[in-house]
Design a protein around this ligand. Structure first.
Ligand SMILES: Nc1ncnc2c1ncn2[C@@H]1O[C@H](COP(=O)(O)OP(=O)(O)OP(=O)(O)O)[C@@H](O)[C@H]1O
Length: 351
């Protein structure tokens, strides 16, 4: 039997600079209780398709826990000499329904991650399934979540060119995801991670689904503050639920605030569905963004643009700002949403 203590011993002693500090006794014991399941006790029978993604446990070093999800703990680690994040999901012994839900969620997340390959989507590396513990190994993104980054900023302080760049990263990732026929369904700033170059990557595909297999949103565990009204109401939903969430994220980028922070998530859900409430757009918000945000979070999903169009709009804004730094103050939206040339002032002035 490969002794998992050996891994820990190696991990603690090697402490090769990438693992920031030694584990406290508490952390060690907690990690022990989860990771003992991860070490194989010899020959094992792999489930269908498991060869494709199954991690070689002898190459995995688990470091410190640095974040937690509702049913998971996230550790730093090294896998095949690469910095990784290891999400450990443990099935509760006492709750069979939750245990089987978590197993299904794990299987679905791995199956979706496996087919994704895009610079604005988190890179999947491997996974392991050793009930009652599962793990998902992905690239480690050193910049943390967009939510954490925004909370470190002064409200309304993000420069518009940075807002544009971050929005475009997210929109590119989402355009790709939708082109693969996948709905994210839990798009929020906490699930958007930054690398060391401030590139945003879409993460956490726990409740994502293939468009053809999404079914109803009954018993959903997404996050109300970012959730489209049709999903809150557990109605039929489409890719446009992600566009609604993107509208809320655009608002977050422009304000660096939490949406509906004066309301509980349940009150926010009620206000969105019953009163068609949305977070207030600041008076300083450029009209170009106001126009796009209002379209993205329309009550009617058909009025929300597809990500393809959103990418086109944001790229157009980027080009225009490059040509004319005053573009945002002179922008007038068109009723038919058509993009017209940037008409930079320096050209107009030359005429
Ligand atoms: N690859 C990674 N690199 C850096 N940080 C990460 C990585 N994966 C996850 N995190 C951090 O861990 C947090 C939780 O991760 P994730 O959302 O995947 O877990 P989860 O169990 O699905 O959470 P929840 O169910 O609560 O949404 C993220 O918000 C982020 O701060």
């Amino acid at each position: 039997m490969k002794n998992f203590h050996f891994y820990w011993f190696k991990q603690i002693v090697a402490n090769n600079g990438k693992l920031e500090r030694r584990l406290s006794l508490g952390e060690y014991k907690r990690a022990l209780s989860w990771s003992k399941y991860l070490v194989s006790s010899g020959a094992e029978i792999k489930g269908e398709g498991e060869e494709e993604w199954s991690a070689d446990m002898s190459e995995l070093y688990i470091g410190n826990k640095f974040a937690s999800g509702r049913h998971s703990r996230i550790y730093r680690g090294i896998y095949k000499q690469r910095d990784v994040a290891i999400k450990l999901i443990s099935q509760p012994e006492e709750d069979g329904d939750l245990a089987s839900f978590l197993e299904k969620q794990f299987t679905s997340e791995v199956a979706l991650l496996l087919r994704l390959n895009h610079p604005n989507i988190i890179t999947f590396i491997a996974a392991c399934k050793k009930p009652p513990v599962f793990c998902i190994i992905t690239e480690y993104l050193a910049g943390g979540s967009l939510r954490k980054f925004l909370h470190q900023q002064e409200p309304y302080s993000l420069p518009l060119n940075l807002v544009l760049k971050l929005a475009l990263d997210i929109a590119h990732g989402m355009q790709y995801l939708h082109a693969q026929g996948i709905l994210h369904r839990d798009l929020k700033s906490e699930n958007l991670l930054l690398d060391e170059y401030m590139c945003v990557k879409v993460a956490d595909f726990g409740i994502s689904c293939l468009e053809t297999q999404c079914g109803s949103a009954k018993g959903f565990t997404g996050t109300y503050r970012w959730m489209a009204p049709e999903m809150i109401k557990e109605k039929h939903h489409t890719k446009k639920v992600d566009v609604y969430s993107f509208g809320i994220i655009l608002w977050e980028l422009l304000t660096a605030l939490t949406p509906f922070d004066n309301l509980t998530p349940e009150q926010a859900a009620f206000a969105v569905c019953q009163k068609n409430a949305r977070p207030p757009l600041p008076s300083t918000c450029p009209r170009a963004f106001q126009h796009l945000i209002n379209r993205c979070w329309s009550r009617n999903p058909d009025k929300r643009p597809h990500f393809e169009e959103i990418v086109g709009i944001l790229e157009h804004y980027s080009e225009c700002v490059e040509q004319d730094p005053e573009f945002f103050s002179s922008y007038e939206p068109r009723k038919d949403h058509r993009l017209i040339g940037c008409l930079p002032r320096f050209i107009a002035n030359r005429r």
